[in-house]
Design a protein around this ligand. Structure first.
Ligand code: SAM
Length: 242
C-alpha cells in the first residue's frame, strides 16, 4: 500500500491535502482514483488509513479514516557524520532513516571537503525512506556544525561511539555491549579521516567509546551503515523484545 508523509494533523474525518508533487506522484505515477486507499503519517499522530476523496488535474484531497498504528519513537540514536561527497551524503540520509537513527547531524571536520549541504534535500530523502520502510517518523536532519563546537556542547548523558579507523580501538560489538546505555551518537569521519588532533580531542571526552569496524578501511557511507547496524543489533531495537 502507498504510504505518504504529510504535514497536516491526522484524525478521523480530517481532510488532507497532499503537496503538488505528492498529488502528481499519486495521480500520474501511481494512477490512484477516487475511493482508493493509502496510508498517511505525520510523525505525531501515528499512521492512518485514508481514502482518496477528490482527484483534480493538479491536486487531490484525501480523507483520514482510521488509525492503523499508534505513534512510536525509535531508539535515542544520533548519527554524526562528517560532510562527504553529495552522493554519499544522500546514501547516508536514506540509510539513517532505514536503520532507525533519530537525528542526522552533519559535522564539519578539519578534512571535510565541504562546509555546507542541502538539508532540505537530505530531509526529503530521509522522508522517502521512512515512507518505504514503514517508520511513523523520520530522522531530523540538522544544519552542519563544526565538530569542535558539537563536542564543546556535548550532552553529558549521551555516549559517543567514535568510529576510529586507526586500528587500536576495540571491536565495535564488544565495546558497545560493555558500555551499555540508551542515549547514543555515532561519529563517522570524512574521506580523509580525522586529524591526529581531532582524534585526541574526541578520545579525551568522558563519553567517548572508540570502536573499530574491522581491519579494512571503509568508505564513510559504508562505515555509517555498519555502525548503525552494529548499534541496533547490540543496544537498539533489533534485539528481541524491543
Ligand atoms: N583514514 C582514511 C583516509 O585517510 O582516507 C579513511 C577515512 S574513512 C574513508 C572515513 C571514516 O569512516 C573514518 O574516519 C571512520 O570514522 C570510519 N571508518 C572507516 N573504516 C573504519 C574502520 N575500519 N574502523 C572504524 N572506523 C572506520
Amino acid at each position: 500500500m502507498i504510504r505518504l508523509f504529510v504535514r497536516d494533523d491526522l484524525e478521523a474525518g480530517m481532510a488532507v491535502t497532499p503537496t503538488r508533487e505528492q498529488s502528481h506522484y499519486l495521480g500520474h505515477v501511481m494512477r490512484v482514483n477516487v475511493g482508493d486507499r493509502l496510508r498517511l503519517f505525520n510523525g505525531r499522530d501515528g499512521e492512518w488509513e485514508a481514502r482518496v476523496e477528490t482527484v483534480g488535474k493538479r491536486d487531490m484531497t484525501l480523507l483520514a479514516e482510521m488509525r492503523t498504528r499508534t505513534q512510536t519513537v525509535g531508539p535515542d540514536l544520533d548519527l554524526l557524520v562528517a560532510l562527504v561527497k553529495r552522493t554519499r551524503m544522500d546514501v547516508i540520509a536514506e540509510k539513517a532513516a532505514e536503520l532507525g537513527a533519530r537525528r542526522l547531524r552533519p559535522v564539519i571536520t578539519e578534512r571535510s571537503i565541504a562546509d555546507r549541504t542541502n538539508v532540505e534535500r537530505l530531509t526529503a530523502i530521509a522522508i522517502e525512506a521512512a515512507e518505504q520502510c514503514l517508520r511513523v517518523e523520520f530522522p531530523r536532519v540538522l544544519e552542519p556544525e563544526r565538530l569542535e563546537r558539537v563536542l564543546a556542547n556535548w550532552d553529558s548523558g549521551r555516549r559517543l561511539m567514535f568510529c576510529d579507523e586507526a586500528g587500536d580501538a576495540p571491536p565495535a560489538a564488544e565495546a558497545l555491549a560493555a558500555a551499555g546505555g540508551t542515549s547514543w551518537a555515532l561519529l563517522i569521519g570524512p574521506e580523509g579521516g580525522f586529524t591526529p588532533a581531532e582524534r585526541a580531542r574526541i578520545r579525551e571526552m568522558p563519553n567517548a567509546v572508540p570502536v573499530s569496524l574491522g581491519p579494512r578501511i571503509l568508505r564513510a557511507d559504508t562505515a555509517a551503515i555498519s555502525a548503525l547496524t552494529l548499534w541496533q543489533a547490540t543496544l537498539g531495537d533489533w534485539r528481541s523484545g524491543e
